[in-house]
Design a protein around this ligand. Structure first.
Ligand code: AMP
Length: 395
């Protein structure tokens, strides 16, 4: 419910403080919205989401408006019911974003969405902040692709500028003979293309930073991320990289959050080379799968911190309480994970690992669909990795 404040009634440098008891509207009702609402409900906020799928994951933790994301009338209804609006994905329709900004309060604004919806705009913004990205070229046709491959060298990765996720919309070009095939495959989408140099990384890491409307920034500990079939499989914290790499990754993430005037969370994915050099791969202005570990392993979870930031409450400490490994539960793992939850976990007891299960309440389970995750609290991350191995569920 709106509390009767007028648009323009902004208390801190153009930003309002939204207090517990007020309503937070979320565009998108997937697992990120669900977990945001779980954290915010505990603080006393109310939630309303907009999502086209009946019984979406967040419908169990928030009132859901069932409508397509581009439905302007539904966006208006969301705006009317909400004191503040946020989103759980970056591909928000531009028309809807402007209606929400005009008719409600969107502290994150639409500029960051506009930037992170498009790989080329995103890379330009990262470079503008003085933060390194993998060398790249904008591709305008087959000839320009050939030229770019000559300049960047092989291997390299051709990507669509928009719409790609979990490795979709990209082609790794290893040999010159694959050039035509890569171009034909990706150009069929009609989207703009970008070619990146292939970074031979030692590991992939991410940093999630929160920024308040006053410009305070607080980062979560660096997570080391292992992907299988381009889908996040494990997040390992503390990341097995040097202190110096961790410090630098956090510095870069905070620099980006500040340079991009972020309010709320900014997730920054990076490649780390053997020499300890860092390149930013991707940004997301929202909670991120690689920071689900914060739910039990940090003083404050990423979801609570996001709520605090958009509501203009003071950010809280992000200290790590325990080493942790997060393992994603995909459709193909679900039955075994649920079965295991009802049994005594001998392996966990032997290894001294405490598994914390989170399921997203999705009604349909499919191969490679994210159904939940487990945070494995441990004394040493190797014990948690051994648990994942010994359960035989993720083979
Ligand atoms: P993305 O959709 O950009 O996050 O890419 C998905 C995955 O592909 C990344 O997590 C990396 O493992 C790999 N990848 C993407 N771009 C590059 C690159 N330029 N060099 C090496 N690996 C890459």
């Amino acid at each position: 419910m709106n509390t009767g404040r007028q648009i323009g009634d902004k208390s801190v440098a153009g930003h309002r403080t939204v207090l517990p008891g007020d309503t937070i509207g979320i565009l998108g009702g997937g697992q990120l919205g669900r977990m945001m609402a779980l954290a915010g409900t505990a603080m006393g906020y109310r939630f309303v989401t907009l999502d086209p799928t009946p019984d979406a994951p967040s419908s169990h933790t928030a009132h859901q408006i069932i409508a397509e994301y581009h439905n302007i009338e539904a966006a208006r209804e969301l705006a009317k019911k909400s004191d503040v609006i946020t989103y759980e994905f970056e591909n928000v329709d531009a028309g809807v974003a402007s209606v929400l900004e005009e008719e409600s309060y969107v502290p994150q604004g639409s500029q960051l969405l506009y930037t992170t919806q498009h790989r080329i705009r995103e890379k330009q913004a990262i470079e503008k902040a003085g933060v390194p990205v993998a060398p790249y070229r904008v591709i305008e046709g087959l000839d320009s692709l050939k030229q770019a491959v000559e300049e960047l060298g092989l291997p390299c990765v051709l990507k669509t500028a928009t719409g790609g996720y979990d490795g979709k919309g990209q082609f790794v070009i290893r040999h010159a003979e694959q050039l035509d095939e890569a171009f034909t495959e990706l150009t069929a989408s009609g989207k703009e293309l970008v070619l990146e140099q292939f970074i031979s990384f030692q590991c992939e890491i991410s940093v999630i930073t929160a920024r308040s409307p006053q410009g305070e920034v607080k980062s979560f500990p660096v997570s080391e991320n292992i992907h299988v079939n381009n889908i996040l499989h494990l997040s390992i914290v503390p990341a097995r990289v040097t202190e110096q790499v961790q410090r630098e990754a956090r510095r870069l993430a905070e620099r980006l959050a500040t340079s991009m005037n972020t309010v709320g969370l900014l997730a920054v994915e990076l490649f780390v080379t053997e020499e300890g050099k860092l390149y930013v791969n991707e940004l997301a202005p929202r909670p991120h799968n690689s920071a689900h570990y914060t739910m039990e392993a940090c003083v404050t979870s990423q979801f609570e911190q996001h709520v605090r930031a958009i509501c203009n409450l003071e950010l809280q400490d992000t200290d790590l309480l325990s080493p942790v490994v997060m393992v994603n539960v995909l459709g193909q793992h679900l039955d075994a994970v649920v079965q295991r939850a009802g049994e005594h976990d001998e392996i966990a007891t032997e290894l001294g690992v405490i598994p914390k299960l989170h399921l997203y309440g999705k009604s349909e389970s499919k191969t490679n669909r994210k159904m939940g995750h487990i945070n494995l609290l441990c004394k040493d991350v190797q014990e948690a990795l051994d648990w994942v191995e010994h359960t035989n569920i993720w083979r």
